[in-house]
Design a binder for this molecule. Structure first.
Ligand code: SF4
Ligand code: SF4
Ligand code: ZN
Length: 253
């Protein structure tokens, strides 16, 4: 028998988040009470810690390739996975989008008849740091799932903008142009324009919502990559701390 077996087990007496006393039974299992906000914070901390351990392993795996110093400095960015099964465009999805285009073209026509405003200016393209450029392509558009419920966020102003962008263009032409770009196969359950190679619309035809959107991961990447453009990145696609795929994005020297 060793001395270690006689050491008393120290149980927490209070919730580590709110300080509320823990029952003896609760304290045997964890250091958090049953309040939802405490459980949520506890869960977030556990996830952060698990991901930090996984990130350390992933950095270590890159040592042969990048050397100890660069591998140790790798910035690890987690993004959420999503299913990307391609299917033939369902007829009801195509039909719903065509109806939507026809409806917003009608609204654009009414607005134009009332002498309403010129088309809204397009969203300016923002400078994209090197690492950010590859992230969305690799992610393959998880955020585009939301476009499914919003007709790709297209409104009258977008069609009007297309119609006013060149001589001889009309709103009927805009409907036809947007209809033509509906891909034959798209990502099941996602935006109708979410096709095999990402968005089937040219950037200037996309909605302002699409052109402005950045998920938390992309925002984090943009701000870090702007501050440290030479940093090396490891993108991790993961469900909680389980790694489903990785992509190394290095400065390439
Ligand atoms: S913005 Fe985020 S969720 Fe959307 S495609 Fe880019 S990385 Fe994926
Ligand atoms: S229009 Fe393009 S960028 Fe916008 S949600 Fe659909 S697939 Fe994504
Ligand atoms: Zn608590």
């Amino acid at each position: 028998m060793t001395g270690a077996e006689h050491l008393p087990i120290r149980r927490p007496t209070a919730c580590s988040w709110c300080g509320q006393p823990l029952s003896a039974l609760r304290a045997m299992r964890r250091d958090v009470c049953e309040r939802p906000s405490c459980l949520q914070q506890h869960d977030r901390r556990m996830l952060r810690e698990s991901r930090a351990r996984v990130a350390a392993d992933l950095r270590a795996q890159q040592v042969p390739r990048l050397g100890r110093e660069r591998a140790g400095a790798l910035r690890v960015l987690w993004i959420e996975p999503h299913a990307t099964r391609l299917v033939d465009m369902p007829e009801d999805v195509r039909r719903t989008q065509l109806d939507h285009l026809t409806r917003v073209a009608h609204l654009a026509r009414l607005a134009a008849d009332e002498g309403a405003p010129a088309a809204p200016p397009a969203v300016e393209a923002t400078a994209v740091p090197r690492a950010a450029a590859g992230l969305c392509g690799w992610c393959a558009g998880r955020c585009c799932r939301f476009g499914a419920d919003h007709h790709a966020y297209l409104e009258a102003g977008h069609l009007l903008r297309w119609a006013l962008a060149g001589p001889g263009r009309t709103l009927d032409g805009a409907v036809a142009a947007y209809a033509e770009r509906l891909p034959a196969r798209h990502v099941e359950g996602s935006c109708p324009y979410h096709g095999e190679r990402g968005c089937a619309l040219e950037r200037e035809m996309r909605s302002d919502t699409c052109n402005r959107h950045a998920c938390d991961g992309l925002r984090e990447l943009r701000s870090s990559a702007t501050a440290a453009p030479q940093a090396d990145w490891l993108f991790v696609m993961g469900a909680r701390a389980e790694v489903l795929g990785i992509r190394l994005d290095t400065r390439g020297d």
